[in-house]
Design a protein. Structure first.
Length: 181
């Protein structure tokens, strides 16, 4: 039993109720207590989620430490351990993976100096990448160009050309949880 907001919560019941409420809403049959209860369920689950993550983090740190000590100086990059329940039943396994170290340019790297020093061998060590992205006020600029297309047809034509080459990304609305403590 988990106690949140001074009331005991049966997680199994809360999960089932949350699924049922969400399903009913999707089917066009919202429950009698509607969005406020959905928000309450979401807050309860978010708080449990935070408690779980807080408890999980030190376990992950300890498992990383055990894995590093177990692997020692070997070339192995992964360590796996079977997990057992409080009754000794095998309930799965945990794998700790040590990714290969990577390299990246320092933020204050002097590319011009590197190019001068290395000359034609610069590309033996580095690859150049050029990237493009729409300017921050892209939509405002293209709309302005389209609005003035009758008096400045070249601007309208440019706007249509560039608009054909971009995709509008529809962001997912964010949902935040701020439980009362």
């Amino acid at each position: 039993m988990i106690t949140l907001f001074n009331d005991p919560i049966d997680l199994t019941e809360l999960l089932a109720a949350a699924r049922e409420t969400a399903d009913a809403y999707e089917e066009g049959k919202p429950s009698y207590d509607g969005p406020a209860r959905m928000a309450g369920m979401a807050l309860e689950l978010a708080r449990i989620h935070d408690l779980v993550l807080d408890a999980l983090e030190p376990l992950k740190e300890s498992l990383r430490d055990v894995a590093a000590k177990t692997l020692g100086d070997t070339d192995d990059t992964a360590w796996t351990l079977d997990g057992v329940s409080e009754y000794g039943d095998n309930i799965g396994h945990v794998t700790v993976t040590f990714p290969a170290k990577g390299v990246k340019l320092s933020k204050d790297a002097n590319i011009d100096r590197l190019k001068r020093t290395l000359g034609p061998r610069f590309h033996d060590y580095f690859e150049e990448r050029v990237s493009y992205k729409p300017v921050k006020d892209f939509q405002a600029r293209t709309l302005a160009a389209l609005r003035t297309a009758s008096s400045h047809p070249e601007g309208g034509a440019e706007a249509r050309v560039v608009m054909a080459e971009v995709e509008v990304v529809e962001p997912t609305p964010r949902v935040g949880f701020k439980p009362k403590h």
